[in-house]
Design a protein around this ligand. Structure first.
Ligand SMILES: *Cc1c(COP(=O)(O)O)cnc(C)c1O
Length: 263
C-alpha cells in the first residue's frame, strides 16, 4: 500500500446511505441517532477498503476470521504510517485515526490468545471457558477487553450463541475476569422476510440483556454499570434491530458490496 487511501465514490455513497438508514430508523422509533453505533464488517475485504472507509470517518471494524483479521489489522497499521515522514509536524500527516477492531466470529478455544491480544471488543462469547481464557490472556497494560455474550435467539435453527438460559452463567464468567468488561449481548437471528418474527427475535435478545442486568445488580449494586450494548442488526434488518433497541449494528455488504461465497 502506498500513500493515503484512494477516494472511492461507491463506498462514500454506501456509507452515507447506511448512516442515513440508521438516522431514519432512530427517528421512527423516537431514539437519539447518537445511541446507535455503526460497526463496519470488513471480512473478506482488503485492507485498502478498510482504510478508504476510515478516511471517510469510520473507526470501528468487525472481523470474523482470525487469520485474515490479524493480517488486516497489521496491514492497516502499516498503511496508516506508509508514506509518512516522521520528521514532519503531526498536523501534516494523513489524518486517519487509529481504528477499533471487533471480533464477531465463532471462537475456538485454542484461538483465544491472539484475539485477547489484538482486539478491542469481542462480541461472540458463548461459553464460560472462552471468557476465562480471554480474561487470563488479555495482556498487561492493555485496556480491558469489551465483551458481549452471544445469545442464540433462533432456537433449533441456529447453532451460534448460547441458549438464553445459559446467558447469565456466561455473563458471570465475564464479570469475574478483571481484564474483561461485560458490555452486553450480541445476537444473529436467522435471516427471515417476516418482519414481526425478526422483531420478536431481537426483542428476545433485549430481554436477555435485561435478565443479565437484573442478575448482576442483585449480586453487586453498580455491577451492571457498563452494560449498555445490544449488538444486533445487519445489512438486511438493521431497521428492525434499531426498533428493538440495538446500540451497535454490524453492517458488511451494504457498505462494501456483496462478498464472494464462502470457500
Ligand atoms: C458477516 C456478518 C455481518 C454483516 O453482514 P451483512 O449482511 O453483510 O451486513 C454481521 N455480523 C456478523 C456476525 C457477520 O458474520
Amino acid at each position: 500500500m502506498n500513500g493515503s487511501p484512494r477516494p472511492d465514490p461507491t463506498l462514500r455513497t454506501n456509507y452515507e446511505r447506511v448512516l442515513e438508514r440508521i438516522r431514519e430508523a432512530c427517528r421512527r422509533s423516537g431514539r437519539d441517532p447518537g445511541s446507535v453505533r455503526l460497526l463496519a464488517v470488513s471480512k473478506t475485504f482488503e485492507p485498502e477498503r478498510v482504510l478508504a472507509l476510515a478516511s471517510l470517518g469510520q473507526r470501528a471494524f468487525g472481523e470474523n476470521y482470525l487469520q485474515e483479521a490479524l493480517q488486516k489489522i497489521e496491514a492497516c497499521r502499516d498503511g496508516r504510517s506508509s508514506g509518512v515522514d516522521e520528521r514532519r509536524e503531526p498536523a501534516a500527516r494523513p489524518s486517519v485515526p487509529s481504528l477499533e477492531w471487533h471480533f464477531i466470529g465463532p471462537i475456538q478455544s485454542n484461538k483465544t490468545r491472539p484475539i485477547a491480544a489484538h482486539f478491542d471488543w469481542v462480541h461472540s462469547i458463548d461459553r464460560e471457558k472462552i471468557a476465562a481464557r480471554l480474561g487470563e490472556q488479555r495482556p498487561d497494560g492493555m485496556a480491558p477487553l469489551d465483551c458481549c455474550v452471544q445469545v442464540n435467539v433462533s432456537g433449533e435453527t441456529s447453532k451460534s450463541g448460547c441458549a438464553p438460559g445459559e446467558a447469565i452463567a456466561v455473563a458471570r464468567a465475564i464479570v469475574e475476569q478483571p481484564r474483561l468488561r461485560l458490555r452486553g449481548v450480541m445476537a444473529i437471528p436467522e435471516p427471515s422476510d417476516d418482519e414481526s418474527l425478526q422483531r420478536r427475535r431481537f426483542a428476545s435478545a433485549r430481554a436477555t440483556l435485561d435478565l443479565i442486568r437484573a442478575d448482576l445488580t442483585a449480586r453487586a449494586p453498580g455491577a451492571a454499570g457498563m452494560l449498555d450494548t445490544l449488538s444486533m442488526g445487519m445489512s438486511a434488518d438493521l431497521e428492525s434491530a434499531i426498533a428493538e433497541g440495538a446500540t451497535i449494528v454490524r453492517i458488511g455488504s451494504a457498505l462494501f458490496g456483496s462478498r464472494p461465497p464462502k470457500p
